[in-house]
Design a protein around this ligand. Structure first.
Ligand code: AMP
Length: 435
């Protein structure tokens, strides 16, 4: 199937062509004609399936006939600032041929008066996180009475993050005649209830992830005796030639800053990303990560939600997440765009229960791995029983071939964060990261 058979405006097709897309993805092939027909949609699809274009292209089609920027016609709500930034980038790419198109991203952490000024001038498309959008509605600096399309992107995560009331209030400011496009990993449970309230005769489109889209993430659990043992494990993983870029999770913002400082001292190109940073600093850090200038990002859960950097080869849980759901969000930051990813979780010996909770949530047992020469010295906690209904993740001693390829690095320094990487090692990594 070709894009030209979907019924999109010629200007939008031109932008799609310029983006280098030759064929619509499954979710695009099904959603775009239905959206163009004016249907409300409930679409279950994963990140990486091309869902952003699936809603953005029909929205831009509406605007192609001549943008009228007196009041927003399209509103996309996203759970996080980072996802909002991604959607805005998509609007920029797919809307490049629409000369009069005006769009704005409204997210917390940026100066509100700037947004107010732009809104006053007039925009066609608003991409926003619910909290900040609501602030504008309350201050009457935003008028949604002429809205034509409301997109709820990653609706399940917005509900996970407690945005239900904000979303309903925002919807109360939009006309009943609007078209609603709801995208979510799942359409069941609370998302299903919301969908029922906010859509009319919606068409359901369910896309099972294809093999290519299914993230291929190899998960490992590594027991650590102490904080310094964790540091040595981390050091070894970060020096592995298979590591292109790593996202390391800590439990607190302070720990993220500390770890990032230590790693920088050891010579790693490393930055922290957490909620205490202002939006400008967060954007600059993410940009540096995307461009491969930063190799290691140390983050907290909230800051890294929705992060989409295809170069992240490794997610490392320096501290275990408190909930299974966070574990899933964390490891989903690797294995993106059809690539292979590695997720390694460090656990203290007394964290067996937490591991069990995560495994129960994912219904998958995480295989225990060790790095040769860095095995835990304390007696490992007896390996817990597989959770009920869990599929085995292969609880076997870490395979040496696998270890050689991915984790093991027998020639590498073992103390603290080890020696500073050699210039050669460093430039090799930089080349790999930027290629
Ligand atoms: P998304 O699921 O929207 O996050 O998209 C995942 C990635 O797929 C993005 O990097 C898009 O640029 C890319 N993409 C979206 N649609 C297509 C397409 N039809 N052909 C090739 N790449 C695409």
């Amino acid at each position: 199937m070709s894009f030209s058979s979907l019924g999109l405006h010629a200007l939008v097709l031109k932008a799609v062509e310029a983006a280098g897309y030759t064929e619509p993805t499954l979710v695009q092939a099904q959603s775009i004609p239905a959206a163009l027909a004016g249907d409300d949609l409930l679409v279950s699809s994963q990140t990486g399936s091309g869902k952003t274009a699936a809603f953005m292209l029909p929205c831009l089609h509406r605007l192609a006939a001549g943008a009228n920027a007196r009041a927003p016609r399209i509103l996309v709500l996203t759970p996080t600032r980072e996802l909002a930034a991604q959607v805005t980038r998509a609007a920029d790419i797919y809307g490049k041929t629409l000369r009069h198109l005006r769009y704005i991203s409204i997210v917390g952490g940026t100066p509100m008066h700037l947004e107010t000024r732009l809104l006053r001038v007039g925009v066609d498309v608003v991409v926003a996180t619910p909290g900040r959008l609501l602030d504008h509605l309350n201050r009457r600096s935003l008028d949604l009475s002429r809205l034509e399309v409301l997109v709820l992107d990653e609706a399940d995560r917005m509900l996970d993050m407690g945005f239900i009331e904000d979303i309903e209030t925002i919807i109360g400011h939009t006309p009943a005649t609007r078209q609603t496009l709801l995208f979510s990993a799942t359409l069941e449970g609370v998302v299903g209830n919301l969908a029922q309230r906010v859509t009319r005769n919606a068409k359901r489109i369910q896309i099972a992830p294809t093999r290519a889209e299914q993230p291929r993430i190899e998960q490992k659990l590594m027991y650590a005796d102490s904080k310094s043992h964790k540091s040595r494990l981390l050091d070894s993983l970060l020096r592995d030639p298979a590591m292109q870029q790593a996202l390391v999770f800590t439990a607190t913002k302070r720990a993220a800053d500390e770890l990032s400082t230590n790693l920088r001292i050891e010579g790693f190109s490393c930055q922290a990303l957490h909620g205490d940073m202002n939006q400008g600093a967060r954007n600059r850090t993410l940009q540096a990560m995307r461009q491969g200038r930063v190799k290691v990002l140390i983050a907290t859960d909230v800051a890294a939600r929705g992060l989409d950097v295809p170069g992240i080869s490794h997610v490392i849980n320096y501290d275990l997440p408190r909930q299974g759901e966070d574990y899933v969000h964390r490891i989903g930051r690797t294995g993106r765009a059809g690539r292979e990813g590695f997720a390694i979780s460090f656990a203290n010996h007394d964290e067996g229960r937490l591991v069990r909770d995560i495994e129960r949530y994912t219904t998958q047992q995480i295989a225990v791995g060790v790095i040769a020469g860095l095995e835990p010295k304390l007696k490992a906690a007896p390996r817990h029983a597989a959770p009920k209904g869990a599929r085995s993740g292969g609880n076997r001693p870490y395979d040496s071939r696998g270890a050689g390829r991915t984790f093991s690095s027998p020639d590498k320094p073992r103390s603290g964060f080890g020696k500073r990487p050699s210039r050669e090692q460093y430039s090799q990594t930089r080349r790999a990261a930027s290629s």
